[in-house]
Design a protein around this ligand. Structure first.
Ligand SMILES: Cc1cc2nc3c(=O)[nH]c(=O)nc-3n(C[C@H](O)[C@H](O)[C@H](O)COP(=O)(O)O)c2cc1C
Ligand code: SF4
Ligand code: SF4
Length: 253
């Protein structure tokens, strides 16, 4: 099993691991640390789990581009997973399904799981929780069963919730700011997936290229980086009220 994920704040990676449990021989590919830069064709028959965080109801644009350009299969079975912050996953899961089918994979299962919102962190705080992890493990077991009977010739695309054409993704108007706690360790600049933090001045953020993924906040050893300011605080309050109702995992086979 190959497990591919992009997980700037860590919950998508946790979800992928909870789905696969203690399966042996899982090859992990973290697109944050090791982006795809050249064609990667999976060996015939190798199943793949692709897990993506939801950004504005879609999969992150940089992941879409690199997966579409480089990840290839020859009727390999695939599992598509979207992890979202309790607002909605909108069209992210169908987008991932379509991308994988287009690149030669047979999507045999899909799931949307909830995790702490990586910008408005009071939303879905503490998730995935015990119940979520149980559902993830159950989903993994159901996928294994489906994989054991997989025959590419009999594959027809499964039904997954979402719109086609996809809704247009709106940009996120907040980017991390840095305060005086920066001790110039450069961890943020070295790990930013869009190179939006200059190495010479890591307390700055290039707002035109930053995708608000939050990796720099997560990695910063001094909590120098974060979403701050009165406009953000007001938006966070509104968002917390709007997304207060607990959403549950949704599975598709
Ligand atoms: C730029 C951005 C946009 C987001 N858009 C949505 C969204 O449309 N719906 C939602 O429920 N959560 C949204 N989230 C929350 C993430 O999908 C969620 O927190 C996810 O667990 C993050 O994964 P990670 O911990 O692996 O980085 C967004 C987060 C970011 C950073
Ligand atoms: S600067 Fe923006 S894109 Fe780079 S790690 Fe921070 S939030 Fe992500
Ligand atoms: S990770 Fe934090 S302390 Fe290190 S350079 Fe970036 S902002 Fe400064």
């Amino acid at each position: 099993m190959t497990s591919i994920f992009f997980s700037p704040r860590g919950t998508t990676k946790k979800t992928a691991r909870a789905i696969l449990g203690h399966q042996e021989k899982v090859l992990e590919r973290d697109l944050l640390g090791r982006p795809l830069t050249e064609e990667w064709t999976l060996p015939a028959g190798e199943p793949v789990l692709v897990s993506m965080p939801v950004y504005a109801g879609r999969i992150p644009g940089i992941c879409r581009e690199m997966l579409l350009a480089h990840l290839k299969g020859h009727e390999n079975p695939a599992i598509a997973v979207a992890v979202y912050g309790n607002r909605d996953y909108d069209d992210a899961l169908v987008e991932l399904q379509d991308l994988l089918e287009e690149n030669g994979f047979c999507v045999i299962a899909g799931a949307a799981f909830v995790a702490q919102h990586s910008i408005f962190t009071k939303v879905a705080a503490g998730r995935p929780d015990e119940d979520d992890r149980r559902r993830m493990a159950e989903f993994g077991a159901m996928c294994r069963e489906k994989l054991s009977g997989f025959a590419p010739d009999a594959h027809t695309p499964i039904h997954i919730k979402g719109n086609r054409p996809y809704k247009k993704a709106k940009g996120v108007p907040f980017q991390p700011e840095c305060n005086q706690n920066c001790m110039k360790c450069y961890a943020c600049a070295k790990n930013c997936p869009t190179h939006s933090i200059p190495l010479e001045t890591p307390w700055l953020t290039r707002t035109d290229t930053c995708i608000s993924c939050g990796a720099c906040i997560y990695l910063c050893p001094t909590q120098a980086r974060g979403y701050r300011g009165p406009v953000f605080e007001v938006a966070a309050k509104g968002f917390e009220a709007m997304c207060a109702k607990r959403r549950e995992p949704e599975l598709f086979f």
